[in-house]
Design a protein around this ligand. Structure first.
Ligand SMILES: NC(=O)c1ccc[n+]([C@@H]2O[C@H](COP(=O)([O-])OP(=O)(O)OC[C@H]3O[C@@H](n4cnc5c(N)ncnc54)[C@H](O)[C@@H]3O)[C@@H](O)[C@H]2O)c1
Length: 436
């Protein structure tokens, strides 16, 4: 049993804290947002993540997991402090490190014993050194030592618990290998591969991994655009490519592009890091450009079919940036909604869990209580987030209530011929002449 403090109770921090508690450690989760901590203390989840509520309840009941807003309560006595605060994009695309710095300063102010500070937030290469500097310069108690370890997080929202408990690998970076090895002990019960590197290499592994995954998505999207012109079906192209073990099938789904709180900001931040260091990250720029164009292509298809979007009613299925999460940060759906609204369309939208978050950052959307009600009297439906419940709808019912039976399948989840049989004019992404 180790004493752990996790700073930030978002998608990463809350999952990390809860899973470490479940491994038998004594965990305090700390956040500066009092509303989140009050919710957690009442047993309510501030985020939607399948399986999280049950695991939190079990560990709270087992007295291994507590929640606080107080650094003086959480930090002294902790052996390991994980920093899992947000690192959003700054104005020029750089990672905004204000929350990481603030967390490091607050730790420095109250730290009373040797502690290992672990950066779980995705941070630019060199941030581990800056955190160490803050702790060294601001540490109030003379003689209190510390080490900084980078431990980038690779979990996916929607399967975060599984990803924590069954990781492909754990990466740990430090200037002091002994400190990284101590952190490795925390992960030993997971029986996973653990890679220990220097601090900067660990930080870079995270950015390179996300940039590579984003690149695969933009690559297949570019292939999809070419497929549309040449009459090939990108779904089958991806399946055929994926059978090659050197390539694999993952992240080769053509669609309206990637979104969320990680890929967009991390590709941007890596590009920025490269540029200010005199590199020319042409491929990363192309990845971002293709991703932006994918949103526009969906709108272009609608415009081509409807003539104009002014005064048209468009139903949007899914507003979360991907299924099984309520996270709407950089959601492709909201980007598409924004373009449609700019062109004068009315939007009716439905999402199983993300409506509350979408309301906070959008305007003018009429939210509906089901996919069916959203489609009623609509001139077109755009499927943006491939929630399972959208896969097996009663399409006769959908078609019967729509004004124009136009279906834009932004994730290629439907069978083109089947949809055409229901009377839809169907457009997927890169699916041959007839259906894209
Ligand atoms: N969300 C993901 O799927 C994911 C996956 C891998 C890595 N990451 C990275 O992990 C980090 C956290 O991401 P997230 O999605 O969990 O963020 P989030 O926005 O969901 O949560 C961050 C939390 O930190 C809290 N916070 C901010 N400043 C604080 C401070 N000084 N002290 C205490 N709490 C503070 C906020 O109130 C918030 O609750 C980011 O760097 C992100 O890039 C995220």
């Amino acid at each position: 049993m180790r004493k752990i403090c996790v700073i930030g109770t978002g998608y990463v921090g809350l999952v990390t804290g809860t899973c470490f508690a479940d491994l038998g450690n004594q965990v305090t989760c700390l956040d500066i947002a009092p509303d989140k901590i009050e919710k957690l203390q009442r047993g309510e989840m501030p985020i939607y993540e399948p399986g999280l509520e049950e695991l939190v309840a079990r560990n709270v009941a087992g007295k291994r997991l507590t929640f606080t807003t107080s650094y003086p309560d959480a930090v002294p006595g902790a052996e390991f402090i994980f920093i899992a605060v947000g690192t959003p994009s700054g104005v020029d695309g750089e990672a905004d490190l204000q929350y990481v710095r603030m967390a490091a300063e607050s730790v420095a102010d109250v730290m009373t014993n040797y502690t290992i500070i672990i950066n779980k937030s995705t941070v630019p290469v060199g941030t581990g050194d800056s955190v160490a500097e803050i702790l060294r310069e601001r540490g109030k108690q003379p003689g209190v030592d510390f080490d900084v370890v980078s431990n980038p997080e690779f979990l996916r929202e929607g399967s975060a618990m599984f990803d924590f408990q069954m990781p492909d690998r754990v990466v740990l970076g430090s200037t002091n290998r002994a400190a990284a090895e101590k952190v490795a002990q925390l992960y030993l019960p997971l029986r996973c591969s653990i890679m220990i590197t220097d601090l900067r290499t660990a930080e870079m592994i995270k950015y390179a991994s996300n940039a590579f995954l984003a690149t695969r998505i933009s690559f297949i999207n570019e292939i999809a655009t070419i497929c549309e012109k040449l009459g090939a079906d990108v779904k089958e192209v991806a399946a055929g490519m994926g059978m090659d073990k050197r390539i694999g099938r993952a992240f080769l789904d053509a669609g309206v592009g990637y979104g969320g709180s990680c890929f967009p900001k991390d590709v941007k931040a890596l590009t920025w890091m490269a540029e200010i260091n005199g590199c020319h990250p042409q491929m990363l720029r192309a990845v971002m450009e293709i991703n932006r164009d994918q949103r526009r292509q969906a709108v272009t298809k609608l415009r081509d079919l409807l003539g104009t979007l002014r005064g048209k009613t468009i139903a949007v299925w899914g507003v979360a940036f991907k299924p099984n999460t309520d996270d709407v940060r950089e959601s492709p759906a909201l980007d598409i909604v924004h373009i449609l609204q700019t062109e004068g369309a009315h939007i009716r939208a439905y999402d199983p869990v993300a409506v509350e978050n979408a309301r906070k950052i959008s305007h003018g959307i009429q939210f509906c209580d089901s996919a069916y009600t959203a489609a009623e009297n609509a001139d077109a439906v755009v499927l943006v987030t491939e929630w399972n419940e959208f896969k097996n709808l009663d399409f006769e019912r959908v078609a019967a209530t729509m004004k124009n039976k136009i279906l834009i399948d932004g994730r290629n989840i439907y069978d083109a011929e089947r949809m055409q049989a229901f009377g839809f004019t169907y457009r997927g992404v890169g699916r041959g002449y007839g259906s894209s």
